[in-house]
Design a protein around this ligand. Structure first.
Ligand code: CMP
Length: 241
């Protein structure tokens, strides 16, 4: 049997709560309680207000972050300050692994889009953990593979599809990142601004508006305020993926 901490060292409720949270994060799901206890002790919880820049592209990377609550956007910007959202991450997702692994600078900026709480683990602690616990490295690779698959789908969409297909693809990407599925419908609660959608789809705001209206007319999606609903996710996906 595994014990979460050494004998005579009672675990506080805060520690127990942090361990329970980390267990729900796929990368840490298979770690023994003793190891998990060590991570919780070396990690730091941090809170960020909506809009805070958590990581800046080109900075040196010194830590990995797991999202306890909230949402962040992963963005790249050009010289004129225009930005494109690469992905939106939420609860239980992690970021900051790339520069920890290759020792290069941060590959993108990370910005809190809601109030966000993170669990931060220093580079050397995370690298040691990967060496000691192979299941962490495997889970990390699995998630990174998934991200390459998504990036491949984005490249295909941007290179080969027309504007309608590219907008549909951005909607599918957001459904995957932040959507909630209920009885075949997917709800995207906080649709990004039209300019953000335009940058993601490599098109203009006007085109985003026109294409979303054509989807509404065809009965494929519904808009309620800032919420976009894909009425039949499987059908939408089969039409555009
Ligand atoms: P890092 O380069 O250290 O800092 C920025 C982080 O953004 C990066 O690690 C990844 O965790 C994350 N990131 C970069 N590109 C993507 C992407 N295409 N999808 C999801 N996350 C990404």
């Amino acid at each position: 049997m595994n014990h979460p901490s050494a004998p005579h060292q009672p675990i506080s409720s805060e520690l127990a709560e942090a361990m329970e949270f980390l267990r729900s994060v796929p990368v840490f799901a298979d770690i023994e309680a003793l190891e998990l206890g060590k991570i919780v002790r070396v990690g730091v919880r941090k809170k960020y207000k909506k809009g805070t820049i958590i990581l800046l592209e080109e900075e040196t990377g010194a830590a990995l972050f797991v999202i306890i609550s909230g949402k962040v956007k992963i963005v790249r910007t050009d010289e004129d300050g225009r930005e494109v959202i690469l992905s939106i991450l939420g609860e239980n997702d992690f970021f900051g692994e790339m520069s920890i692994l290759d020792g290069l600078s941060r590959s993108a900026s990370v910005i809190a889009i809601t109030k966000t709480e993170l669990f931060m683990i220093h580079r050397r602690d995370f690298l040691k953990l990967m060496q000691d616990v192979p299941s962490v490295a495997i889970a990390l690779l699995k998630e990174m593979t998934l991200r390459i698959r998504k990036a491949d789908a984005q490249i295909k969409s941007l290179s080969l599809k027309d504007a309608t297909g590219r907008v549909a693809n951005v909607i599918l990407q957001l459904a995957d990142d932040i959507g909630t599925i209920r009885k075949g419908r997917v709800e995207i609660d906080e649709l990004p601004l039209q300019q953000d959608l335009a940058n993601m789809a490599g098109t203009s705001r006007e085109t985003i508006s026109r294409v979303i209206h054509s989807f509404i007319k065809k009965g494929l999606v519904e808009m309620r305020g800032n919420k976009l609903i894909i009425i039949d996710y499987d059908k939408f996906k089969s039409l555009f993926a």
